[in-house]
Design a protein around this ligand. Structure first.
Ligand code: S3P
Ligand code: PEP
Length: 457
């Protein structure tokens, strides 16, 4: 997608029932990291199941700019296999051009860590959404390690130019907000820093960086104390070597067909090969607590991760209070949970949502405005959202939602339109390609009717 393409609105109509088996694209967090660690390691990394979304392809471009060779090939089973020839440890080259991360916070923040401590200059740019997001959370620890910020827009925003020191200093850093991106950026900066870099994580967030770095051969250990505080130590300047990675299906993407199947009466959908890492399953747990009929089938291990298939049936949902400490395990899923709550009996209370304000959009405000535009009774607090649902979706819908360049807002409200009495429109769907390019086709295969500008009825 180019930055200057005109927006592409779409409208979702009430569906009769959703039926079928679907396989999701690969997990976005693991896909980004596969590109980064494969691009840095010595030797070859082969990745199947990669999410070929725009966010991940930007990370691939960045790793190419640092000198990695990355190609999409066809594997033995006829599926795509990405082959990465890494630059070798400590051998990133200075990029000749600014790196454009598009819409991707993960790509930008993790690569700032990965490259920031190198004795070279790197410039980071992004689209209008990414340029509004706070980068100080990553720049602050990098500054402590000796990285100079040569250029940044007010409030430590992009475009940003970093200049690494000759010798970076290892630090001990307590992550001030629940953020896997900040934790990861510091650990990745530690990779190129002599000595031991320590990250203290008071609240556990997704642990893909830790697990994958160990898989690539990094010297990293994690200690968890009795209160759950994690201390992660990484020894710098070790050796990463190329790996084979099979990326499981993205549980954040799973949220959309999952909630759609729960809300549309008479539905039965099986979602195959979903990543079930416990740092990512908060949405499934919450929907089960609401009375959602979600069966976890065939739980298994694949490539060091928990994976399962999910059978979902149309269900009568009840409102719940979502514990704030669950937020990190479902942080990207609140928009679609709010949609589910709009159809539940009674009130759903979501709290501890401060981080939603700094995503691709201010998701707390975007969700509340979208719900209001579609007749949902809700209250937006500083870091909370309370939704009073209407079982059956009676009287809901009929509005157009402003998506603010945010893929998850677009997909969430299209899901709402499949179950609401009246159709729901979103002002743009182009951003869906950043994380879930197959969304429209996959939902249509299940029986959803979503019309866009080209197929308007
Ligand atoms: O590390 C990651 O892969 C991600 C971490 C989360 O961001 P924060 O670290 O900002 O919470 C999440 O919202 C994002 O989609 C992916
Ligand atoms: C927050 C998200 O991604 P990122 O921070 O990588 O832009 C997301 O995918 O919902």
């Amino acid at each position: 997608m180019s930055h200057d393409q005109p927006p592409r609105p779409a409208t979702a109509h009430r569906a009769h029932s959703l039926k079928g088996h679907v396989r999701l694209p690969g997990d976005k967090s693991i896909s980004h990291r596969s590109m980064m660690f494969g691009g840095l390691a010595s030797g070859q990394t082969r990745v199947t199941g990669l999410l070929e979304g725009e966010d991940v392809l930007r990370t691939a471009d960045a790793m190419r700019a640092f000198g990695a060779r990355i190609e999409r090939t066809v594997g033995d089973d006829g599926g795509a296999e990405w082959v990465i020839d890494g630059v070798g440890n400590g051998a990133l080259l200075e990029p000749k051009e600014p790196l454009d991360f598009g819409n991707a916070g993960t790509g930008a923040r993790l690569v700032m860590g990965l490259a920031g401590t190198y004795d070279m200059e790197t410039t980071f740019t992004g689209d209008a959404s990414l340029s509004k997001r706070p980068m100080g959370r990553v720049l602050d620890p990098l500054r402590l390690m000796g990285v100079q910020v040569l250029q940044a827009s007010p409030g430590d925003r992009m475009p940003i130019t970093l200049r690494g020191p000759r010798f970076a200093a290892p630090i001990t850093y307590r992550v001030p907000m629940a953020s896997a991106q900040v934790k990861s950026a510091v650990l990745l900066a530690g990779l190129n820093t002599a000595g031991v870099t320590t990250v203290i994580e008071p609240v556990m967030t997704r642990d893909h960086t830790e697990k994958m770095l160990v898989g690539f051969g990094a010297r990293l250990d994690v200690e968890t104390d009795a209160t759950g505080v994690r201390t992660i130590r990484i020894e710098g300047q070790g050796n990463l070597s190329g790996q084979r990675i099979a990326v499981p299906g993205d549980p954040s993407s799973a949220g959309f067909p999952l909630v759609a199947a729960l809300l549309v009466p008479g539905s039965e959908v099986v979602i195959e090969n979903v990543l079930m890492n416990p740092t990512r399953t908060g949405l499934i747990l919450t929907l089960q607590e609401m009375g959602g009929d979600i069966e976890v089938l065939n739980p298994r291990q694949a490539g060091g991760e928990d994976v399962a298939d999910l059978r979902v049936r149309g269900s009568h949902l009840r409102g719940v209070v979502v514990p704030p400490e669950r937020a990190p395990s479902m942080i990207d899923e609140y928009p679609v949970l709010a949609v589910a709550a709009s159809f539940a009996e009674g009130e759903t209370v979501m709290d501890g949502l401060d981080e939603l304000r700094v995503k691709e959009s201010d998701r707390l405000a975007a969700v509340a405005r979208g719900l209001e535009a579609n007749g949902v009774d809700c209250t937006e607090g500083e870091a909370s959202l309370t939704v009073r649902g209407r079982p059956g979706g009676k009287g809901l819908g009929g509005g157009t939602v402003a998506t603010h360049l945010d893929h998850r807002i677009a997909m969430s409200f299209l899901v709402m339109g499949l179950a609401a009495e009246k159709a729901v429109s979103v002002d743009d769907t182009l951003m869906i390609a950043t994380s879930f390019p197959e969304f429209m086709g996959l939902m249509a295969d299940l029986g959803a009717e979503i019309s866009d500008v080209e197929t308007a009825r």
